[in-house]
Ligand binder design. Sequence first.
Ligand code: PRP
Ligand code: URA
Length: 212
Amino acid sequence: MRVHVADHPLIAHKLTYLREKSTDSPTFRRLAEELMTLLAYEATREVRVEPFDIETPVARTRGIKLARPKPLIVPILRAGLGMLEGMVRLLPSAEVGFLGMIRNEETLEATTYANRLPDDLSGRQVFLLDPMLATGGSLVMAIEYLAGLGARDITAVTLLSAPEGIAHVRTEADKLNIPVTLVTGAIDERLNEHGYIVPGLGDAGDRLYGSV
Ligand code: PRP
Ligand code: URA
């Protein structure tokens, strides 16, 4: 698995305000979206393109456009929804699928409770969005799910990642023989005894949408 930490002062600045516990939900949502747009620049570095001939007012020239099949963006509900707008702003012609997952806060095991995805993902570039990579259980399950539909080109985008989660995803992606790329805003220190990222930002879903 390739891991890219987006090392940019604007990303570090926005992450700092996202982490701060007094940041309210509207500001948190705005920052998550803005961070996604900045990370999208890195995440789409290898988006597939094809040549495209155009005429400028001066001459004919050859440019590029996004190749078919269109890329697929998959936010992992709930918290991944907070990153969706920031991604589609850069890739407006991409399609969007959904995966709903929840982590049991006692066992830290993830389960899938909803999905809306194309039946066949072979040949598709898939961008998985989830702000938090903690134990990696949710992301591994999402990758396995997409791989089961034929996906072989998966880029996961997270705002924060824990070293333990990265190691877990790497081991499982290697077993599946899937070339996963991870683009993240920062790699934090560790997980605490409750499976929370330290220093982290707390519960991303709750901070975006409240503790329903
Ligand atoms: C959070 C987060 C990830 C997951 C990360 O979701 O958005 O999906 O936990 O933890 P893991 O790496 O240990 O699996 P949560 O299950 O809290 O659901 P939510 O997005 O609905 O709040
Ligand atoms: N999920 C979160 O929202 N935050 C963490 O720190 C870990 C899992």
